[in-house]
Design a protein around this ligand. Sequence first.
Ligand SMILES: Cc1cc2nc3c(=O)[nH]c(=O)nc-3n(C[C@H](O)[C@H](O)[C@H](O)COP(=O)(O)OP(=O)(O)OC[C@H]3O[C@@H](n4cnc5c(N)ncnc54)[C@H](O)[C@@H]3O)c2cc1C
Length: 592
Amino acid sequence: MPSYRAPVEDTLFLLNDVLGFHNHANLAGFAEASPDVVEAVLGEGAKLAETVFAPVNRAGDLEGCTRHPDGSVTTPKGFRQAYDAYAQGGWMGLSVPEEFGGQGLPHTLNTAMQEFVSGANLALGMYPGLTQGAVAALLVHGSEEQKRTYIPNMVAGGWTGTMNLTEPHCGTDLGLLKTKAVPNADGSYSLTGTKIFISAGEHDLSENIVHLVIARIEGAPAGTKGISLFVVPKFLVNPDGSVGERNGVSCGSLEHKMGIHGNSTCVMNYDGAKGWLVGEANRGLNAMFVMMNEARLAVGVQGLGQSEVAYQNAVAYAKDRLQGRALTGAKAPDKAADPIIVHPDVRRTLMGIRAFNEGARALVLWTALQSDIVHRSEDAKQRQAADDQLGLMTPVVKGVLTDRGFANAVEAQQMFGGHGYVEEWGMSQFVRDARIAMIYEGANGIQAMDLIGRKLPRDGGRAMMTFLGEVQTFIKDHNETEALKPFCTPLQAALNDLQGATMWFMQNAMAKPDNAGAGATDYMHLLGLVAIGYMWARIAKAASAKSGDARMEAKLVTGRFYMERMLPETSLRFARIKAGSDTTMALSAEAF
Ligand SMILES: Cc1cc2nc3c(=O)[nH]c(=O)nc-3n(C[C@H](O)[C@H](O)[C@H](O)COP(=O)(O)OP(=O)(O)OC[C@H]3O[C@@H](n4cnc5c(N)ncnc54)[C@H](O)[C@@H]3O)c2cc1C
């Protein structure tokens, strides 16, 4: 059976030595997150992930969820106990303000915990993950009454949350949605329609389920300008706050899917269900974007979590599996063969996953830190700068970490040969589970379009200019330092590719938007490569300051691998971008 160890040490190193987490004590909640508190929180989180979530991962995959004739859904054995342990441990509200029952700690810590949970048990982690997203949307757009009614119950874990966007005929293009909301005399609305693919739409983990649903109010404009957001509880809430009558929303069926079997993916039927408007009418997408942005980062973290657990198991197998002899002569002459970790091609694979994971973890935590600054800083300029970087990196974290997360799960599976393909070793589950993260919360092609169409040109390209400037300044300040030359030199070459690609779009995409569409995914990966390269340069700076520490020596080697063998992919991406869209678009649809 596969095992999982949460990367606590690495996370602490990144927070303490690389990202300067404790320099942010001026932000609300950061003073309470002293180094010993952070270490204790991550240590406890790791224990929960390793000893409670991971042990029910495989069983959850095998058993899946069951829908009963009355529409109720049972989650796999052990999920309820694990969920209760998570809720009772106070994890749901780790970074929620104290006035709603949370602990008010930085979201950055919550993000680290999300990685542990996603690595240990992705399907189970989605139940609290969606709840946290719904809480975030209510915190920003809910009325005072909605906040008081729902958030404390969700933070306590007694109620969970969902996000209801997708309908059979609309996923990416939400402007096509048909779910209808008719105003009632008491200020509520009656919602009617069908939502599909709703994660955690129905289950047995909580007493109530709080659905956040987008719908069109009768008479509202067509398209995205007529979408409103509603809160629709499974059970109506009595005036005293207790759970009351059943609302007109139910699970029509469960999807049979490739992975995340332990998470219930539901068709949800709304039959005149009572709902209440969240935020302004016809501004629902805006409100839902809070949840979607939060969820996009969390989904990127899922990609990393799956990549990490797959890597850990591949390493264990590679040290154990005896096949062939090292090219340089036997390394275990007393055994029938050497362990496969002696082979350079096996090393190449393992180093590639490792170098990605450690760099991507830094990027994730850095991005989460920007989110904390946006929500907690009192300095408007600092908030704006952080918001720019958060906006720019959200599609990159989502798109790149899940594309690579899946690819890495496949690479790790490859280390097992045929044993990776059979179910017994558990590697196939990582591949199947990691796959969904590339699709939901906006398919990755859409993340790339968001980056190039919205985030890049916003405010005259300010976010990208700032990012390019920050990386350039780092290189200028450190390229004379001997230990950092192997990092700064390749980073400069990659930065030149990124600058060149950005300029190319400015000159070639305005008049010909297909050029932007055809190059978007390459550009997203190009930016991801540079952003992770920049993180590696910062990691190298911190690691080289701690000479004599074997762990840090390994960091520097891993970082050099990234710089030598992974970062140069930027030139391939740039070349593809410059090829434009002509051949991509030349064939008529009939010619396919
Ligand atoms: C297991 C699972 C769980 C899910 N959980 C939820 C949930 O909790 N709540 C919820 O609301 N939804 C959920 N979804 C739905 C998910 O978010 C959608 O499937 C996803 O957004 C894509 O929508 P679609 O399936 O309709 O694909 P489509 O929108 O039909 O897209 C099909 C393909 O075309 C591409 N494409 C479409 N438009 C464009 C464009 N303009 N430019 C370039 N490419 C384009 C897409 O990238 C995609 O590759 C879930 C889905 C699954 C499978």
